[in-house]
Design a protein around this ligand. Sequence first.
Ligand code: GDP
Ligand code: MN
Length: 379
Amino acid sequence: MNLHEYQARALLKAAGIPVPDGEVAETPEDAERIAGRIGGRVVVKAQVHAGGRGKAGGVKLANDPADARVKAGQIIGMTIKGLRVNKVLVAPAADIASESYLGVIVDRSTQRPVVMVSPAGGVDIEEVAAKTPEKIFRIAVDPRYGLLPHQAMALAFKLYRGVEQARQAATIMRQLYDVFWSAGASLVEINPLITTKDGNVVALDAKLVVDDNELERRPAIAALRDSSAEAPAEVKARDAGLSYVKLDGQVGCCVNGAGLAMGTMDLVKYYGGEPANFLDIGGSSNPQKVVTALQIITADPNVKAILFNIFGGITRCDDVANGIVTATKQLKLNRPIVIRLTGTNEDLAMKILKDAGFSALTDMDEAVKRAVELAKEAA
Ligand code: GDP
Ligand code: MN
């Protein structure tokens, strides 16, 4: 789950990290009022679940309240990486002397949280990693002890020569690590971490991604979810208990089980196609889930063919077959559909499908090949 910048800033602030005050506005008039209360120059920032807002024109400085209203009017309603901006954060503008990067991620290779810093902050860290990897410094943290003071200090000296600023940065790193740990985050970033003209180290941006599996035991964090800022298909899938990730291909995949879903996507690519999505309808037997799955898949205009790949273990093939029949009665399926079913109640499922005018396969290779061909013909 992604948090908005203003939500992440509040968590950072509660942990003691210096962050400029700010307030959220949903209209240009609100932005003007907030800017009036703050006084002086402000920064108006799009609150969307996307990085690179600065480059996209979603972060603008304003000289006075009237200017803040104009800037907020330009930002509210704009689309950044496919997401509409509904809110802006209005905060006092900082005077930047230098920009660096600070982040904590879960690292698969070390199987630990890793604290990363770079004196090349402000721009995408992916770009720094690709072009100048020598400018990124890392320390893997033993989760039993957390980030130790000497580790934080060693990283801080990669950012600043002066001991005063290094001390401030080291404190911020340890506070950020605490936020990462207590929020159940998979990633937390401050980019840019700035020095001001008077020598203070301040967080100007905050990004926090919470591991969905950590939400159940953190109701206060879970309550920060803003479904209105998420992709509609993903909200719909989550509400229905489906795992769905949209991709850019043409073959819509509807599969039971995450492993089989991954295998199906691999096979689609193997036969020269591109999957339009990852979708796991889960192990339960519930025709309604199939209906919702088909609604989500067919709402994606890139989908040229639909592929069902069901291995009936706990899932009963006849339930999926009923779901397909029900869904195709409700929805206008104006795209070809390939069905592969095998396992529990396979014979019954084949009969249900046949009676409704569908044909089905039992071989996975054959079904995937067919779906890839049909998607290519329709493209
Ligand atoms: P992002 O592009 O989505 O990461 O948004 P950021 O919050 O990081 O803002 C992008 C850039 O805008 C920063 O790297 C800064 O250079 C600039 N910026 C953001 N806030 C301020 C501010 O208060 N004052 C000044 N002068 N620049 C700012
Ligand atoms: Mn940033």
